[in-house]
Each structure stands twice: as C-alpha cells, then as structure tokens.
Design a protein around this ligand. Structure first.
Ligand code: MN
Ligand code: MN
Length: 320
C-alpha cells in the first residue's frame, strides 16, 4: 500500500451522515492528476424521452456512496489501498443545449484521460455515454459490455432527432467508437416499438442477451460468453440502472418489469474481473422517482463493485 493514496473519511471517526458528501467519502479534487481512477458525475438528462431527473443522479449517488466500506467482502479487495482514487467533481454540462452538453462532456472526460486516470462515471441519462465514448475511444473502437433493459440502438426520435438516450449505441457504432462484434448487451427486455427493432444492432454483430436467456443460462455462463466476446480487447462497461427490476430500482426514467435483482446485478459485475476495463459508468438513476434512496443506493453500490474490479486489475498491472 502506498500511504500517499487518498483514503475515505473513516466512518468510525466521523459518522456517515456528517460532512460534505463525495463519492466513497474520498477527497474532492480539481483535476485527475496523480489518480489511477477518477470518480466523476455527469448531471445531465437532456437526452431523456420519458421521465426526466437523471441530472440529479450524481448528487444522490454521492450521498448513498457514504455507505461503502473499505474492503469488498467477497474478493477482499481494498480499492483505496491499491490505487489512487478521488472525486473529481461533476463534468460541466449545459442543461439547455444538447450539442454544447455533448461537447463539454467529451472535453471533461478527455481531460481525465489526459492525466492517465480511468474514468468511473455517475450519470446522467444514457446519452451521456456517447460523448464519454467519443473521448475514451478516440483512437480506436473499444469493446462494450452493456447492462440494460434496452438496447439503446434506435435510429431517431421526434422527427429525425438522432440524439436521445434511446440511440447512443447506434451512434457509437456508426462513429466507430465501439466494435459491434465486441459488444454484448445483457438484460434486454420489455415491449418494443417494432418487431424488428433490434435487427439493426444484431446485423452489425452486437450480441443481445435477453433477460429470458439470462434466466435460462445463469450469470456464470452468460459472463463467460461476455468474456469471449470481448476477447481481451480494451472494454468499456456501461450499466443502466434500469436493468435492475423496478421493485428494487424504481427511480429511473424508463422502468421495465422483470429485471435483475440487485444481488444478481452485483454478481454480474463481479464476474467482469480479469477484463481490461478502460472506463465505466452507472447511468439513469433519477432521484425524483426514487423511494427512500434505494435506486441511488443500488447505483452507488454498483459503482463500488465496478471500482473494486477495476482497482484489482490496475494494481495487478502495476505489479508486473
Ligand atoms: Mn440505457
Ligand atoms: Mn434502459
């Protein structure tokens, strides 16, 4: 352990409800300099087509993340001991101009990357993942592991508008940001606009694992296939909170029945271990529709699960 690494505020000394909330109670810093992992918020939901509110997601997840402790109880990973992590704050957004917001988000993530830090992001609606990928995949297409109730590969909405939270991965494929043959979507379900809605993505090579297939095959087998699809390529992980059932994560823009339990979601994320993850996000937490903070708690906990997996890989790489 490097004693210069940032440490969370100790809840045995300062209670969790006290002080200014930051992700995982880590220091709030102005830049990603010297960090291995930068925790950042993107408080923007201008791509939402139904229930708005994900702009409030980062602040709620910061608050709920004060519940996280130092050691992952299964893997025994201590993320704060093996890598340097901090809360770099929220990426500047523009709530009244979609294109300016997308530019600002890309610039903000590029700044994190320029310092050599890995971005772990709290959204925001799912359109925020597009400008994040524009920064992360600037030089080459990346692999994608995408947990969601929705494929988010529709073409246009409201008369030819190509930018909504239902379209980011279609744009990402068109822009060459993700390799569709190295893309897997897990947990897809719910009614669709047309019977052929998912055809385009599948024709590009995207592997869609519907919820029914997950139920039939189980997490171990599904994630073994996900590892094969990624095949060692640098991978981005995008976790839409609506992949979890609305009974456990009601605070989201587009809830769909029949989702993962929070326990299944944790298990899936733990099975990302060993992948070359280059960035990740948890999106679509919409606090105005939440109850008792349970969706934000789910979001913050999934961030912590991701953090543990990513920290373990970075620390392994650093030891080589
Ligand atoms: Mn989504
Ligand atoms: Mn979704």
């Amino acid at each position: 352990m490097d004693s210069s690494y940032n440490q969370p505020v100790d809840a045995t000394k300062v209670p969790r409800f006290a002080g200014i909330s930051t992700f995982m109670r880590l220091p709030a810093v102005d830049s990603a300099a010297g960090l291995d992992i930068a925790l950042a918020g993107i408080p923007w939901d201008g791509g939402t087509t139904n229930r708005a509110g994900a702009r409030h997601g980062p602040r709620s997840m910061r608050d709920q993340s004060t519940l996280m402790r130092r050691v992952h109880h299964v893997s025994k990973i201590e993320p704060f001991s093996v890598v340097n992590i901090a809360d770099v704050g929220d990426i500047g957004v523009n709530p009244i101009d979609l294109h300016d917001a997308l530019t600002r988000i890309k610039t903000g993530v590029a700044d994190i990357l320029q310092h050599g830090a890995l971005p772990l992001i709290a959204g925001g609606d799912h359109l925020t993942t597009l400008p994040v990928l524009r920064a992360v995949a600037k030089r080459r297409p990346v692999a994608l592991i995408h947990f969601d109730a929705h494929s988010d590969t529709n073409d246009t909405y409201f008369g030819n508008n190509p930018f909504t939270h239902g379209t980011p991965f279609r744009r990402a494929i068109e822009e060459g940001l993700i390799n569709p043959h190295r893309t897997v979507q897990i947990g897809i379900r719910g009614s669709i606009y047309a019977a052929d809605e998912h055809d385009w993505a599948q024709q590009q090579g995207v592997r869609i694992i519907y919820m029914e297939e997950f139920v039939r095959r189980g997490a171990a087998e599904v994630m073994r296939e996900a590892h094969k699809i990624v095949a060692g390529a640098p991978a981005y992980v995008s976790f839409d909170i609506d992949c979890i059932d609305p009974s456990m994560a009601p605070g989201t823009g587009t809830p769909e029945l029949g989702g993962f339990t929070t326990r299944e979601a944790q298990d899936l994320v733990r099975r990302l271990a060993g992948l070359d993850i280059i960035g990740a996000d948890v999106v679509e937490v919409a606090p105005p529709f939440d109850l008792a903070g349970i969706t934000a708690l789910a979001g913050a906990t999934i961030m912590y699960e991701l953090l543990c997996v990513i920290a373990a890989e970075i620390s392994k790489r650093n030891q080589r």
